[in-house]
Design a protein around this ligand. Structure first.
Ligand code: ZN
Length: 142
């Protein structure tokens, strides 16, 4: 499990922030989410040695909230009851739009249906989020 910390947006690549913001606007419009209900974007990272001093002073430890999920690198996360799309600050630009759309789909599905998911419902939700995210995949991606 990762050792995740929140990264202030002004420490994130402006190009990544731009992609995330624009994708959120387009996908919210597509899904009928009003501007007032549009989720916030927050960023997380596993800190490098150089990040640690900054994080000790200013960072919020968000590991407990972001943990769980499957194996592999965590690129994004959404948490039921929080209107936030969490994104890895070092995520590749090429896959960022897809990650934003995927996490937004999770938030929308979670709103439509409360808690108490069975394993197969969770798998269906993941498949639905994957399918929606893939609509934002770059076409020239291998
Ligand atoms: Zn997912």
């Amino acid at each position: 499990m990762g050792d995740y910390y929140e990264i202030a947006a002004n420490h994130v690549d402006p190009a990544a922030r731009h992609v995330a913001h624009q994708t959120l606007i387009v996908a919210c419009r597509d899904l009928g989410i009003t501007d007032a209900d549009r989720p916030a974007v927050r960023w997380f990272s596993e800190p490098s040695a150089a990040d640690r001093a900054y994080i000790r002073r200013y960072g919020e430890h968000v590991a407990e909230r972001l943990e769980a999920g499957g194996p592999g690198v965590l690129e994004g996360r959404s948490i039921r009851g929080e209107n936030v799309v969490w994104l890895r600050s070092s995520a590749p630009l090429e896959s960022l739009a897809e990650t934003v759309a995927h996490e937004l789909a999770h938030l929308v599905i979670g709103r439509q249906r409360g808690g108490g998911w069975t394993a197969s419902e969770r798998a269906r939700q993941e498949a639905a989020a994957d399918a929606y995210g893939q609509r934002y995949q770059l076409e020239d991606r291998p």
